[in-house]
Design a protein around this ligand. Structure first.
Ligand code: HEC
Length: 142
């Protein structure tokens, strides 16, 4: 969903795409498919966060940042289990920044949240550029 559909979306679209507590379940991410789904959930939480910042909806910023932090928490365990220290460290960094953003939002400091999100995105990219999936591919494809 992009910013335009979100802003102009109908009530039905909102009800379908943003049910409350839809992200309560954290995927176990034991396979490549699970992990992609997990990353898609992370992407969606990060997009929701960006839209909420744009719209200056502080309560939604808190919600999206908290959801993102929870998802990234499970990313730490995932890479830790795969014994990939650099990826675990990057997951830890992203989790820390998302949790920090949630705290800043609770204090109503949206400019600070925005700064954290920019730093967060750099970490997402750093991990993607390092392609840690190649190191576990033999396990994924079995
Ligand atoms: C610790 C490493 C790591 C971090 C941090 C990370 N990712 Fe990923 N991400 C991956 C890997 C690995 C893949 C590729 C998975 C595959 O193709 O098997 C991926 C894939 C993706 C995909 C594509 C999923 C698909 O359906 O193919 C999206 C979207 C994504 N990441 C978003 C994000 C966002 C947004 C963040 C930051 C908030 C982030 N990622 C942080 C490792 C990471």
């Amino acid at each position: 969903m992009n910013a335009t559909t979100r802003r102009h979306g109908s009530f039905i679209a909102v009800a379908v795409f943003a049910p409350p507590f839809a992200f309560a379940q954290i995927p176990a991410a034991n396979s490549a498919g699970d992990y992609k789904k997990h990353m898609d959930d992370i992407q969606e939480a990060k997009d929701d966060l960006a839209y909420a910042i744009d719209d200056k909806k502080t309560a939604q910023v808190v919600d999206a940042a908290t959801r993102l932090a929870t998802l990234l928490q499970s990313d730490i365990s995932y890479w830790n289990t795969k014994k990939n220290a650099p990826a675990t460290e990057l997951a830890r960094d992203t989790h820390k920044l998302a949790a920090q953003a949630a705290q800043q939002a609770q204090h109503g400091d949206l400019p600070a949240v925005q700064t954290s999100v920019v730093q967060l995105q750099i970490k997402c990219r750093t991990c993607h550029d390092s392609h840690p999936e190649n190191l576990v591919e033999h396990r994924f494809r079995k």
